[in-house]
Every structure is written in C-alpha cells, then in structure tokens.
Design a protein around this ligand. Structure first.
Ligand code: NAD
Length: 499
C-alpha cells in the first residue's frame, strides 16, 4: 500500500492540498512506498504565518529553558533511535548502522546548541567613553528556513534546526522529497519535547515551495545543503531578496597517499570512505591520489582485494556493507559516469554495473567501482558522481598531489595519509579545501567546531554548527549607554571618539 505523507505545520500533520505529489521509493525493492505532497506557494505562506506567530513567545523565552526543551528532544530521539533509523534506511537505502550514525551526528549538534545561554552571550565594556558603557547582544532573526538534501535526512535538518531554535527563531524545514518521513517524525518529537506549536514546521515540496520561501519577506535567513547549481541559485536569490544565506554544495574529495603511509590503513580508510553509504556522502572520498608509481601499484592491489570482500545488500541486513542508491535516476546517472570513464580511457578495475541482489531484483543496486589511471581531463574526475565510484589519479610527487586537491573546482573535504608530520602540517596549511583529515578519511568536524567547504562547495560567510551557527541565526545589536548621573558634556557637534 502506498502511504500518503503530509506537511507538519502549527504542531500537527497537515494534509497537502496542492494536488501535486512526488513518489518516495523503497530503494531495496524498487517499489514506490509513499507519496509526498508538494506544497503550493499558499501552503508555504500559511506555514510562515504560523511560524511568525509562534516565534514571538519562543524568542522571548529564557534561552536556558529553550535549551532544556532541546535536551528533552535529544532524549526522545534516543528513545526512538531504532524506529527512526529503520525509517531512514527504508527511504534512503543506507544501512541501519549508518542511519543511526546519521541521527547521532545530528543530535550532537542539538546537544551543543542546548548550551545557547553561553553561546548567545554578548560583550560588555565599561568606560568606553566618558561615563559610557557599551554592550552587545544577540537576538533571533525571527522565521528562518532550511532546505536540505536526501543524503542526510536526519543530520542536516538537525544541524540547521537545533542552533536556529536554540537561538530563539522559528524554523521551516523543506526536506528532500526523496526521504521526508524522518523529518516529519522529528517534527513530532520536537512537539513532544515541548517546542511550542508553530516553532518547528515541515513543508514538503520542490522548487515551488523553495521559491515561496525565498520570496517571502517574513523569512529572514535560508540555510541550504544540496548540489552546487541549486546552492548557487538559492544563495543568489536569497541575497537578492535581502536574506541571509549559507548554502553548501557538492564535493569531490581527494585523499593523498604518501609513499610512507601505512598502506593497509589507507586502503581500509578508502574502502569505507569511498563506498560507505554507496558513496552518497558529501564527505565521501571519490579520488585517491597515491604519490609515486610504486605506492599507486600497491594501493590499487590492496583496494581490489578488499572490494572482492564487500557485501552490497538490503539496508536492514546486518552483514551489508552498503545498500542501494536512492532512486532509479541516481543509478542511471552513476552508470552513465562509469561508461564515460571507460569511454575516456580510464582503467576499470572493478565494475559495479549490473549487480543483482538475491530477492531484490528491482532494487537500485550499484556495486563498488574502481578506476585507475584517471586523468584530470576526464568527466569522472571533474564532476561529482555521488555514487560508489572511486578513481585513482596517480601523482608523481607531493607537489602535484597538493596542486590537484587545491585546483579542483570543489573544496569540501580532503585527507592525507602519511607518517611524515612535516608533510601533513604543510598539507593542512596550504591545501585550498575547507576540511582536512590527517590519517582521517572523512574529517567531519564535531559539533563544537564548524562544518563548511570552500570554492564551489560552499557559498556564504558562516559555516554550519559550532559558534558560526549562532552567528548565522542571530543578529547583533550594540547598545551604548550613559546615565544622567555620569559625566555630562553638554551639546557636542563633533564625531565622538573612543579615546
Ligand atoms: P539537490 O540539490 O538535488 O536537492 C537539495 C534540496 O534542494 C532538496 O530539498 C530539493 O528539493 C531542493 N531542490 C532541488 N532542485 C531544486 C530547484 N531547482 N530549485 C529549488 N530547490 C531545489 O541535492 P540532493 O540530490 O538532495 O543531495 C545531494 C547533493 O547534496 C550532493 O551534491 C552532495 O554533495 C550535496 N551535499 C552537500 C553537503 C555539504 O555539506 N556540502 C552535505 C550533504 C550533501
């Protein structure tokens, strides 16, 4: 039976009335399991109105009380972790353990955001002028929105909403239409934890809903994560509409393997970071850059050996290393890239096309794919594939490896595997990429640091989570004070100076 999903507005599930829907697949069976309503402009406007009304009281609440409600929410998510992870796997296709990780990395940011009283503190200076004190405070923006991708349907909505709510904003989430059920459950759990009705809302939809959010003057900020062309569109449109925006885009993450690296460690890391979640991670490694022919030959052999032992299977099967990709269009796109690699002359060491999984003939399966002798001019190197496809691009020396990482259009994550501290330090300092791992393949910073890529991977000034999240979701007010009993100077016609 095909379930019918809804929106979540004003503290309850609300049926869609636009008459437009999108199919939600079960990627393991290939069947349509639900349909999600695509909101009209008017439905989005209703959600914004509910959020605007609810924000006044929420924004005025003592931030410690807001933090307590968020901690209650974290408890509820933990209590419902298995159910949420199962639901997530059933629509996304990632394994149950990986779904738990998706949720866990999300609630870590909500836990961090519960420290809002500290993070919202302003500054104070006494005697900034004769008898003058000055202080700054951080105030919520009002109604803010998050537009999120399919590949982390729990983590990214939580990265956006946790700090936004903690800072006193009301939030409208427009999740991916591919896997909207977990965001809807999170909305229910926010309500159960005590978040007032209207403070956290979910509108499902496509471009129409996104444009309605972008054009609504009551929405003060937009946080986006998804592919680069859409990130650029949203960043430009939000700015043109006078909104604050932070938009994170696609990636092509390199891993440099130096001749002195522990090659088994590097190969294990590459297998996990390249193929985990079927490569559908913005921090997945998609390019291995071994330095020197000998390193490359040995690494390629180790990768081939490990690939033979990988198990692609149902997301809820305990022995699956990774599951299917999210949709038939994703499978088709990835297979197209594999063919282009072959056509452009890369050496195909492992071909994931044509994989079948017993009992699940119609699932969206793509097996682990490995190319060697990839070159800079190939499409499989230049573009984001977002599937289980790993390319080996051989570098003659360290300088060439560093240049490759720095010159690529994308700059999300990068890693170097080496035992040489000098090389690692030089790499971390000079590489033109936002997040760097040293013997760590997926360097996703923890909640109290910030997350964000450079170049075509990120648009906007402030990163996600960490202290930046509170800067993004608040506006600073600066108050200069003098009391009548203080020093009086009479009228002055010159610009006051600080000294
Ligand atoms: P996507 O760009 O297709 O969709 C992202 C969001 O934008 C969804 O909510 C979608 O409904 C909406 N959208 C799609 N087309 C739109 C349009 N024309 N106008 C307005 N809104 C539109 O991305 P996806 O396929 O869901 O996610 C995968 C992408 O996200 C990859 O490129 C991946 O690298 C990227 N990603 C980046 C990060 C990061 O932090 N940099 C994290 C996760 C994913």
């Amino acid at each position: 039976m095909v379930r019918e999903l809804s929106h979540y507005v004003g503290g309850q599930r609300v049926e869609g009335n636009s008459g437009r829907y999108s199919d939600v697949f079960d990627p393991c069976t290939g069947q349509i399991q639900a349909r999600v309503p695509l909101a009209s402009r008017e439905e989005v406007q209703n959600a914004v109105a509910a959020a605007e009304k609810a924000q006044l009281e929420w924004g005025a609440m003592n931030p410690q009380r807001r933090g307590r409600i968020l901690l209650k929410f974290v408890d509820l998510v933990n209590q419902n972790l298995d159910e949420l992870a199962t639901l997530l796997s059933s629509e996304h296709g990632k394994t149950f353990a990986d779904s738990k990780g998706d949720i866990q990395r999300g609630i870590e940011v909500v836990e961090f955001a519960a420290g809002a009283p500290h993070l919202l503190k302003g500054e104070f200076s006494t005697d900034a002028g004769p008898g003058i004190d000055i202080h700054s405070l951080r105030q919520p923006l009002g109604v803010v929105a998050g537009i999120t991708p399919f590949n982390f349907p729990a983590m990214i909505p939580l990265w956006k909403s946790g700090p936004a709510l903690a800072a006193g904003n009301a939030f409208i989430l427009k999740p991916s239409e591919r896997d909207p059920s977990v965001p809807l459950r999170l909305a229910e759990l926010y309500s159960e934890a005590g978040v007032p009705d209207g403070v956290f809302n979910v509108v499902n939809g496509d471009k129409e809903a996104v444009d309605a959010l972008l054009e609504d003057p009551r929405v003060k900020a937009i946080g986006f994560v998804g592919s680069t062309p859409i990130a650029q569109y949203i960043y430009a449109t939000a700015a043109a509409n006078g909104k604050r925006a932070q938009c994170f885009g696609g990636a092509k993450n390199h891993m440099v393997i130096m001749p002195d690296a522990d090659l088994d460690m590097a190969a294990d890391a590459l297998i996990g970071a390249g193929y985990g979640s079927a490569g559908e991670r913005c921090m997945a490694i998609s390019v291995a850059v071994p330095v020197g022919e000998d390193t490359a030959n040995r690494l390629a052999g180790k990768l081939q050996d490990r690939i033979k032992g990988l198990k692609v299977g149902h997301s809820l099967a305990k022995d699956s290393d990774f599951g299917p990709v999210v949709a038939p269009s994703a499978k088709e796109r990835i297979e197209g890239y594999i063919q282009s690699g072959v056509d452009q002359g890369a050496t195909l060491l492992a071909d994931g096309r044509g994989l079948t999984v017993e009992g699940y003939d119609d699932g969206f399966w793509v097996g682990p794919t490995l190319f060697d002798h990839v070159t800079k001019d190939m499409k499989i190197y230049q573009e984001e594939i977002f599937g289980p496809v790993l390319s080996i691009l051989r570098a003659a020396d360290y300088d060439e490896a560093l240049r490759l990482c720095s010159e690529h259009e994308f700059g999300n994550g990068v890693a170097i595997f080496t035992r040489d501290g000098d090389a690692a330090r030089d790499f971390a300092s000079r590489v033109e990429v936002g997040m760097v791992g040293i013997n760590v393949p997926i360097p996703v910073p923890i909640a109290y640091y910030t997350f964000g890529g450079w170049k075509a991977s990120g648009f906007g000034d402030l990163n996600q989570h960490g202290a930046d999240a509170f800067r993004f979701y608040t506006k600073t007010k600066t108050v200069t004070t003098r009391w009548p009993s203080g020093i009086r100077q009479g009228s002055s016609f010159v610009m006051p100076e600080g000294s």
